[in-house]
Design a protein around this ligand. Sequence first.
Ligand SMILES: [Zn+2]
Ligand SMILES: [Zn+2]
Length: 360
Amino acid sequence: MLAPQNPGVPKIPRSLFAARPAVGHTTSALNFDCYPKGYFMSSVASVEKPSQSIGLHAHQLHWRYALPIAAVHVLACLAFLPLFFSWSGVVLAALCTHLFGMLGINLCYHRLLTHRSLTTPLWLEHVLATIALCSLEDTPVRWVATHRLHHVHSDETADPHSPNDGLGWSHAGWLLRAAPSRRSLAFYDRYARDVIADSYYRWLEKRPFTVLYIYAAQIPVFGACGWIVSWCVNGHTAAATQLALSWIVWGVFVRTVLVWHQTWSVNSLSHVFGYRTYETKENSRNNWLVALIAAGEGWHNNHHHDPVSASVQHRWWEFDPTYYCICLLAKLGLAHDIVLPRHIRQARTAAATTSRELVP
Ligand SMILES: [Zn+2]
Ligand SMILES: [Zn+2]
């Protein structure tokens, strides 16, 4: 049974994500047992007030996030050792950072699942979500619920990662602090009911360690690819093993760290540095550096102005590679119902109204 919803928490505004039919939703979607027992720390739907409890005392540390974050950063540092260095590894890290960050986090978690700015075939949505899981940024349900909470309470007390509570807090500090109210079925019910209604995402939520297994599974894949490529080129076992190790360190651990900091920079830098095209109610900014490294996500003031839009490019030079990827999927017949920017939607509505009035 869910706790009664807190009347003090505002409803999610409809402008936050496009209305889509709730495919596969059942009333029992949230009524499930989870392994390990006690995973959900609270049944209360109220939101955290981070500014009242900033600081990381040991008993408040969210070890399930802190340990993997620390471990992957340490493993990424191996890249500086000659044994794990290769130029092909550097190129692999650069390519995969954009591939996994843009397709998995930007396109799938953010624009597809959170804001419903487009639709894709369900098999493709699940493939993209699995790519996102390879960046170890949380399950789809938790990512979506947290980001919608950010939009509802941007730069207010209840914002989980506002720079008003410190730049470091907004970048990564908020992830390290336990937040029981954001790990509750009631929270997911309020902010991500449409996502948890999907059987694949619900299955992931029931087995939270599956995220770690999926992340670990890519390690032998990168290693095997590196080994095979080197063996085919050189034919030496030692060289093949060295390249395999290099591709694991650069292709998995370095890439994961880079994707993390891309996403975290949107939460931190794009709420502090940059220009504002729109006078939105929060401090979002358009930050060209974050846009460059995060495939368009740095045009964050444009995004807060019109969260439902699939594109954040409002000026010709505000490049949005994630949207170009959505357009490519549309050309291939794999993306539909793409929500255009508000000014284009309004212009089309006005043109349609005018043409109707001109018809005798
Ligand atoms: Zn924001
Ligand atoms: Zn958003």
